[in-house]
Write a protein that binds this ligand. Structure first.
Ligand code: FES
Ligand code: FES
Length: 169
């Protein structure tokens, strides 16, 4: 049954209409036109659809939209504003999160399909672990698949962003 819902995405309240068991990913795509999260496996296996739920990475392809009531969702599009909020910065958000900047500087993506999930997971990691070791990064990123094998550049980019974020704090 289609129901009216209020959801909080990237700091904005949205009124949407969806079935309570509709995957959050479909609502983000079809109602809010946010296409950072991707549909990959649809089974919580690849990480392409990842978003942050109250700051923690979740798989939006298997998360019913009803489960996010009263919680904050951040998508790839919302990472710069999230970073500004975490730093207590006022005024306009930066154009890019340091992770996104590092991704561009190091030309991390190949086809790009997995990269939303990689960035979301890395943002989760750097929120809780300021200067992660290589082992900590590998462990955190373990559930995200990249068929193009960009893992070495992802590792370097996370180190770079962590160093930028530490210097700025
Ligand atoms: S599409 Fe959600 S984990 Fe693969
Ligand atoms: S860049 Fe192609 S799947 Fe990761």
């Amino acid at each position: 049954m289609v129901t009216k819902l209020k959801i909080n995405v990237n700091g904005l309240r949205h009124d949407v209409r969806a079935g309570l068991d509709t995957p959050l990913l479909y609502v983000l795509h079809n109602e809010l036109h946010l296409h950072g999260p991707r549909f990959g496996c649809g089974l919580a296996q690849c990480g392409a659809c990842s978003v942050l739920l109250d700051g923690k990475e979740i798989r939006s392809c298997v998360t019913p939209v009803a489960a996010i009531a009263g919680k904050r969702i951040t998508t790839l599009e919302g990472l710069p504003a999230l970073y500004a909020a975490q730093r207590g910065a006022t005024g306009a958000a930066p154009a890019l999160h340091p992770l996104q900047r590092a991704w561009i500087d190091l030309q991390v993506p190949h086809c790009g399909y997995c990269q939303n999930g990689m960035l979301i997971q890395a943002a989760d990691l750097l929120t809780t672990t300021k200067n992660p070791s290589e082992e900590q990064i590998r462990s955190a990123m373990n559930g995200h698949l990249c068929r193009c094998g960009t893992y070495p550049r992802i590792l370097t980019a996370i180190h770079k962003a962590a160093s930028v974020m530490s210097a700025a704090s």
